[in-house]
Design a binder for this molecule. Structure first.
Ligand SMILES: [Zn+2]
Length: 76
């Protein structure tokens, strides 16, 4: 899952009852499916996900687990 972290300053309650959230490049976060740690997503990763339309149901490995996965691939 990918979500946006925002402070109350970034959230505006609209007249229609919905919330408007200002999103910045460093607002996107995910929880690593391997270690469970929350981590911020790089803007380039978010751009790539938007381009591929794979935001829904996507979990992103943190940098440490990504490295481990790559190391394992090299060993295998
Ligand atoms: Zn991890």
């Amino acid at each position: 899952m990918i979500y946006v972290k925002a402070t109350s300053d970034d959230v505006l309650l609209r007249k229609d009852g919905e919330y408007e959230i200002c999103v910045y490049g460093d607002s996107f976060c995910s929880v690593c499916p391997k270690c469970g740690r929350e981590h911020q997503l790089d803007e380039s990763i978010v751009a790539q996900l938007l381009e591929e339309s794979t935001l829904g149901g996507t979990s992103i490995y943190c940098a440490a687990c990504t490295k481990t996965e790559q190391d394992n691939e090299v060993i295998v």
